[in-house]
Design a protein around this ligand. Structure first.
Ligand SMILES: C[S@@+](CC[C@H](N)C(=O)[O-])C[C@H]1O[C@@H](n2cnc3c(N)ncnc32)[C@H](O)[C@@H]1O
Length: 485
């Protein structure tokens, strides 16, 4: 992945060599080269990590979707799979820091280094600065990879940079390349914790400006999240998940953690009776169901339901005779919702042009499309992909969807507005703006419906945090429509 523009006339030496290798999964073990020098054995975990980095850069691949396929295709499992994943994800997360260090070690800025070489050097820098791989092994394995995959000239270039990188550890490099905290606090945090500047600034604002807490949040974004399972009520139980090797979760009565292993190896997951879902995602849906409503309570709407994580839980929680309508604007996402739910009605529909009558639903969830800045732990490359300019457009859509959700709710009904982003422009600013225009709706204290969770903020919103709750940074606002509106 390359940040910024590639210079015109970029030669990309060796690009064909990478492509031409075609069967990138084929081992090249110890065969002699044309000049009689034995080729080093092919290092499968590093090659898989490198191929993932290249796919992210060249094809805009999603790392967390492609990695399992790559591992399967290469026959990597156990420690090799864990190493390949750690190397790839760690490199993607850390590349903001690594590029600053590479820039200090090279006569060319990273944007002018050929992308296949830059990705390999980043992979080498990650091993040198963040793993226990011995420095000589990190350098030689990376240089071998570049020689095999790109070419001899490129491998000499990579070797020269990595030898310089290896002269210092990470704290020593950060002391050189990160801006002074006093002079440029956001720049300092951005380089130290490898986040784009605009995201660092937005997250700092969202935690209230405290530098230490911002640093803790950014550090948590760089941690590998534990896999959290959800036992859909009526289909499986947490006890069943625990008996299969999971551990009970801290907050959600429907969650269990799977510290290691493949979720699909859990029978309830394999049989579609349980799923994988962040704990905060479960809790915001649960909170919506906990708000008392007077009278009827059997028509629920999930307005932005795809791929169906929260819809599956809501569907399982609708009482006898209750009914969930789940909508998504995109047909393929609506199909995923159909698969995830058992009883819900599923429609492909634009929430801003409702396919339902106004004022009929007792509970409405609007889990709005957002920047996803609350889920950076799980999408290692996402922080480099999302442009700052996407916020106003998303915020406009979020306002429309929340307004439409309030219209869909019946008098005295309840609306849950959720984002997987703590960005103020997507959270409280949206809610406060819509409330001003939709006079009469009451903002409830969402924290009151999540009594099991401390540290959700000053209210009336509930804001989850990776560094406090080890969950995604989900935001929840609960609104009640006026009685008789
Ligand atoms: C954050 S995701 C929802 C996640 C989902 N609630 C879950 O828990 O799995 C937002 C969804 O909103 C959908 N969407 C975007 N614009 C929409 C619109 N105008 N109306 C309805 N759905 C929309 C997207 O296709 C996407 O699936």
């Amino acid at each position: 992945m390359t940040r910024g523009e590639r210079p015109a006339g970029d030669r990309r030496p060796g690009r064909d060599a990478v492509r031409g290798r075609g069967g990138a999964g084929r081992p090249a073990t110890g065969r002699a080269t044309g000049r009689g020098r034995p080729r080093p054995p092919r290092d499968e975990p590093r090659n898989a990590a490198y191929d993932l980095l290249r796919a992210v850069d060249e094809r805009d691949a999603y790392a967390n979707l492609l990695m399992p396929t790559l591992l399967r295709e290469r026959g990597l499992s156990g420690r090799d799979a864990a190493l390949a994943t750690e190397l790839a994800y760690g490199t993607l997360r850390g590349l903001g820091t690594y590029d600053e260090i590479i820039a200090a070690c090279s006569d060319r800025p990273p944007d002018e280094i050929d992308p296949p070489v830059l990705d390999a050097v980043r992979l080498g820098a990650h091993q040198l600065l963040k793993t226990r791989v011995p420095p000589h092994a990190a350098v030689s394995a990376t240089v071998d990879l570049v020689r095999l995959r790109v070419g001899a000239g490129a491998s000499r270039f990579a070797n020269a940079i990595l030898r310089k990188v290896a002269t210092r550890d990470l704290p020593a490099w950060l002391a050189i390349v990160a801006p002074e905290a006093a002079a440029d606090p956001v720049g300092h945090l951005a380089v130290t914790h490898s986040h784009p500047r605009w995201i660092t600034s937005a997250l700092r604002d969202a935690v209230g400006g405290d530098p230490a807490e911002t640093a803790a949040l950014l550090a948590a974004d760089n941690e590998r999240p534990v896999v959290t399972l959800v036992a859909w009520p009526g289909r499986s139980t947490v006890d069943e998940l625990v008996a299969a090797g999971a551990t009970p979760a801290r907050y959600s009565p429907h969650a269990a953690y799977l510290p290691e292993g493949d979720p699909a190896a859990i029978p309830a997951v394999a049989e579609g009776r349980a799923g994988v879902q962040d704990e905060a995602s479960q809790l915001v849906a649960l909170a919506l169901t906990r708000v008392p409503v007077a009278g009827r309570d059997d028509r629920w709407l999930d307005m932005c339901a795809g791929p169906g994580g929260k819809a599956a839980l809501l569907d399982a929680l609708t009482g006898a005779g209750g009914h969930l309508l789940a909508a998504d604007q995109r047909h393929h996402r609506a199909r995923l919702v159909y698969r995830a739910t058992r009883r819900a009605g599923v429609v492909t529909a634009d929430g801003t042009r409702p396919a339902w009558r106004p004022g009929v639903f007792d509970r409405v969830l609007v889990d709005a499309p957002c920047t996803g800045l609350g889920a950076l732990r799980r999408r290692p490359e996402a922080r480099w992909r999302r442009p700052a300019g996407s916020v106003p457009e998303l915020a406009a859509l979020q306002r429309e969807l929340l307004g439409s959700a309030l219209d869909a709710a019946r008098p005295g009904g309840v609306v849950g507005y959720v984002t997987c982003s703590p960005h103020l422009a997507e959270t409280r600013v949206v809610v406060e703006d819509v409330l001003r225009r939709h006079g009469g709706a009451e903002l409830l204290d969402a924290r009151a419906y999540l009594p099991e969770v401390a540290g959700l903020g000053d209210g009336p919103y509930a804001q989850f945090w990776p560094h406090r709750h080890r969950t995604d940074a989900m935001f929840l606002a609960l609104l009640r429509t006026p009685p008789g509106a």
